[in-house]
Design a protein around this ligand. Structure first.
Ligand SMILES: CC(C)(COP(=O)(O)OP(=O)(O)OC[C@H]1O[C@@H](n2cnc3c(N)ncnc32)[C@H](O)[C@@H]1OP(=O)(O)O)[C@@H](O)C(=O)NCCC(=O)NCCS
Length: 165
């Protein structure tokens, strides 16, 4: 596999179905799917199609011989204007995935750098993501650090939250 065989570009709405197939492959390996593959791919492709046709979401893909082999998604998170010298947008990166047979040869790193270049151009302040154990090294190499100030809450594990109606 040589780097020249692989093309990188922004994803378009007509890529949605191929990207949804990869999404199924990614998530169904992490846990037992609760939804038939066809149904999920249809639902996800529709979601992706509409997001890529016009929303704040942006995505990039890697392709080889016209087949999509990897993707990464980003959604800006607006910050409220503030009067000090601080950038006013954050960003959330998600759905980084490369097909197993193409991993560990730089494809994911290139997708990540495309997303980070977008962040620089969009004057993003902080980029957040939830790595898997195995992918932490990739993000660390690209400047990500564990921030002990970030707090998260899994809402559905909190008794009482959302049950007061
Ligand atoms: C994470 C992933 C997108 C990186 O793409 P890639 O093309 O393999 O990445 P690169 O070749 O540019 O970089 C290699 C790094 O990717 C990560 N990586 C490699 N294989 C991986 C795997 N099977 N699972 C998770 N991360 C992996 C590691 O950080 C690796 O660095 P290291 O070898 O120094 O530890 C890809 O490996 C993947 O799809 N993994 C499974 C899904 C996943 O865990 N996604 C991350 C969600 S945050």
């Amino acid at each position: 596999l040589s780097a020249g065989d692989i093309r990188f570009r922004r994803a378009r709405s007509d890529d949605a179905r191929a990207l949804a197939v990869l999404r199924y492959q990614f998530r169904s390996q992490l846990a037992e799917p609760q939804e038939p593959a066809d149904q999920f791919v249809g639902r996800c492709a529709e979601w992706m199609q509409s997001r890529l046709a016009g929303s704040t979401w942006v995505a990039w893909l890697a392709e080889r011989d016209g087949n999509v082999i990897g993707q990464i998604w980003l959604n800006p998170i607006e910050k409220i204007p503030n009067p000090v010298a601080e950038r006013e947008t954050n960003a959330y990166i998600t759905n980084a995935f490369v097909l197993p047979e193409f991993r560990a040869s730089g494809v994911g790193g290139e997708l990540l750098r495309l997303a980070l270049r977008w962040c620089e151009q969009a004057a993003v302040d902080r980029v957040v993501l939830w790595p898997t154990r195995r992918s932490r090294s990739l993000y660390a190499r690209n400047g990500f650090k564990v921030d002990n100030d970030l707090m998260e809450l899994r809402v559905d594990t909190q008794p009482g939250v959302g049950h007061d109606a």
